[in-house]
Design a protein around this ligand. Structure first.
Ligand code: SF4
Length: 95
């Protein structure tokens, strides 16, 4: 995790989900840290392989697919995230 990642986490803490919050060691080992870590459209989950190694992966509800797993490079810029955050503003919420 870079200094820029730490700054982004601090500034966008509202969008960190409970699985990521409970997986700080895995989060800190991400290089690069994907923008999906601080996105309201990311659904993070933790998996464990046959060797007992734990990993974080993320499903994106915007693109309807897994956008971060052990094979993928992390998303570093995303228009869909900007749109998702805009929709979450109280004045734009439909509920
Ligand atoms: S909208 Fe973009 S930043 Fe958010 S989870 Fe999907 S791919 Fe990641």
């Amino acid at each position: 995790m870079t200094e820029a990642d730490k700054k982004l986490l601090a500034e966008q803490a509202a969008w960190i989900g409970p699985v990521v919050e409970a997986s700080r060691a895995l989060l800190e080992s991400m290089r690069p840290m994907p923008l999906c870590v601080v996105c309201p459209s990311a659904q993070w989950y933790r998996i464990e392989d046959e060797k007992g190694e734990k990993r974080l992966e993320a499903f994106c509800t915007e693109f309807r697919g897994v956008m971060y797993d052990h094979r993928r490079r992390g998303v570093t810029a995303c228009d869909a995230r900007t749109d998702a955050i805009e929709r979450e503003k109280p004045s734009n919420r439909q509920d």
